[in-house]
Unconditional design. Structure first.
Lengths: 485, 96
């Protein structure tokens, strides 16, 4: 049994706090010590206000003493990705463009966490504006994979995944536009969920591609991940795509006794590493041994998912990032005499290479003469991909695949080849395009590197995915795993 | 599918200055990515491009004033301000 505080799951911390065996201050002090030992090496956190987190811990301990505990998360630290607004804290999106921005307000999810008594614990590194799969695109610092410091942690929520795997925090928030929660979760051996589009409010999440972005929970165990999602998933009128109370009351409940799992045709074939394929096959065999029905499903348009995603996401990004013009907030060039110079110079100085590349690509696919050939065709392909997934999910409860085709690669290995990097997300992208909930669960190792499998369910079937993941986790030793550091 | 693009025109539309080296780099990379996108051109696709994932009534909420950040907060995070207003380089030329 894990005895060091940094090794405890959030659920375990919660039980010990409730039993009076631990205080929130003791948890936070232990994590601050761990932060000083490891953060320079891992690069997960971009900032941590120690005085503030200790004050939050003391306030939680005082509430507990007075019998006014707010929730099971009361007194438990939750670290926040750099693109989610926390009032009075930096909101840099790991970009020079927002290097000096301090958020004047809280995101909906941060309000929800504060209402639950959670400790808003530090800011986590990411790829600039969430564009990337390795966290190498951060303008602040690099983040390294705790399982092998020569390798990337995945991205864009690389700081979130690395902070969990190295025991710097028990819970973290990420955001996922094409796999940015699940791919780093797989590479760092933790659990990460992208909820159904509309389940969690995007108010206060800096927009990348609004029709794909979702905030989601990341943790070292399935139960912790579910505990965190329950706090985040509340209605919010400030996000018009967020499900209201009536829609939430119509959520399907997990009733099926025998699980039906779909395996996409040929999913363990071309491009999937041998050990990743073996670990995924072992997960399939496990479910079979537990009485699940394994059914092959045909998703013929999956091969269109990556190009469709990069057209839709870059088109939306080029539009969303037009707001960074040096006028109202963010970087303003000191070298500009006219408004156009101010906008152009501010953007050129503030954005990094991957952001510029995606803005140019998005501008092209939306430009006169090309929008029909690229953007409109991508929307049609997206519609087809969604229809195929929904049809398959009529026949099965969830679709299982690897999360990422191969384990974490070496730092610098793919920086000059954007297309290779885009293919990291081949299994995770369809869930974003179709708005479906999806989860990455640790299921083994490729050499010394963690591997995860991926479950995708019908809209709002999060509880079903968690139940299936829990079944697997309980029978294996991958829960709450941390490398020796 | 046409994949020719004019990098100078794109940079202008995107309000980005690119160096000569960046122009070459991005042109090559965009060409590579757009070539990969050609699977989309060849695919048999439905006529519908309706991709609404969530439909709520909130799109039509009544237009009532709400709480906003206030000019003090807004000008505090602005790159430059004057008398409670955000200031920018002169937009309108002198009449001549």
């Amino acid at each position: 049994m894990a005895e060091e505080i940094y090794q405890l799951s959030a659920t375990e911390i919660s039980s010990r706090l409730a039993a009076g065996k631990l205080t929130s201050r003791a948890v936070v002090e232990a994590l601050i010590t761990r932060y000083h030992q490891l953060n320079k090496k891992i690069g997960a956190f971009t900032s941590l206000d120690e005085k503030d987190v200790l004050a939050q811990a003391d306030a939680s301990d005082a509430r507990r003493k007075a019998g006014k505990v707010l929730s099971r998360l009361d007194g438990i630290p939750v670290a926040i990705k750099e693109n989610i607004a926390v009032k009075g804290q930096p909101l840099t999106c790991s970009s020079k463009m927002l290097a000096n921005l301090v958020s004047p307000y809280d995101a909906h999810v941060v309000e929800a966490l504060k209402s639950a008594g959670a400790i808003i614990y530090g800011r986590l590194n990411m790829d600039e504006f969430a564009m990337g799969s390795s966290t190498e695109n951060s303008a602040i610092q690099k983040t390294f994979n705790p399982w092998d410091l020569a390798r990337i942690p995945g991205g864009s929520s690389g700081g979130s995944a690395a902070s969990l795997a190295s025991g710097l925090v028990p819970l973290a928030l990420g955001s996922d536009t094409g796999g940015s929660i699940r791919q780093p979760a797989s590479h760092c051996g933790i659990v990460g969920m992208k909820p159904t589009y509309g389940l969690v409010s995007r108010f206060g999440l800096v927009a990348f591609a609004s029709s794909l972005d979702q905030i989601g929970p990341m943790a070292r165990t399935v139960a912790d991940c579910e505990l965190l999602l329950k706090v985040l998933a509340t209605p919010d009128a400030r996000d018009m795509t967020c499900f209201d109370s009536t829609q939430r009351s119509q959520l399907p409940v997990a009733t099926e006794k025998s699980l039906r799992i779909g395996i996409p045709k040929g999913v363990l074939g071309k491009g999937v590493g041998a050990e990743v394929a073996a670990a995924t096959q072992a997960a399939i065999d496990f479910y079979k041994s537990k009485g699940a029905t394994i059914i092959e499903v045909d998703l013929p348009s999956s091969e269109l998912a990556v190009p469709t995603y990069y057209v839709v996401a870059t088109a939306e990004a080029s539009s969303n990032l037009a707001r960074y013009d040096g006028v109202r907030y963010g970087h303003r060039s000191s070298n500009a005499k006219t408004p156009i110079e101010m906008m152009t110079n501010s953007r050129s100085e503030g954005f990094g290479p991957e952001v510029k590349r995606r803005i140019l690509l998005g501008t092209f696919v939306l430009s006169a003469g090309y929008a029909d050939a690229y953007y409109v065709r991508a929307l049609r392909a997206r519609s087809k991909i969604r229809a195929e997934h929904l049809a398959a999910l009529e026949k099965v409860d969830m679709i299982l695949s690897p999360t990422v085709p191969t384990p974490a690669f070496k730092v610098g290995e793919k920086v000059s080849d954007p297309l290779q990097l885009y293919l990291e997300d081949i299994f995770t992208i369809p869930a974003n395009l179709a708005g479906l909930p999806a989860l990455s669960v640790p299921c083994g190792k490729s050499g010394h590197l963690p591997v995860g499998f991926h479950l995708v369910g019908a809209p709002l079937s999060e509880s079903k995915l968690f139940a299936a993941a829990q079944l697997f986790e309980s029978a294996h030793s991958f829960a709450n795993q941390q490398p020796t550091l | 599918m046409a994949k020719g693009f004019d990098i100078d025109h794109l940079a202008k539309l995107a309000r980005l200055n690119l160096t000569a080296d960046e122009k070459v780099l991005y042109s090559n990379q965009l060409t590579q990515v757009l070539t990969y996108f050609e699977t989309l051109a060849k695919a048999d696709l439905p006529a519908s491009s309706d991709v609404a994932l969530v439909v709520t009534e909130k799109a039509l909420r009544s237009d009532e004033p709400g709480v906003s950040l206030g000019s003090d907060t807004v000008t505090k995070i602005a790159p430059a301000s004057h008398d409670g207003q955000i200031s920018v380089p002169r937009v309108v030329d002198d009449e001549s």
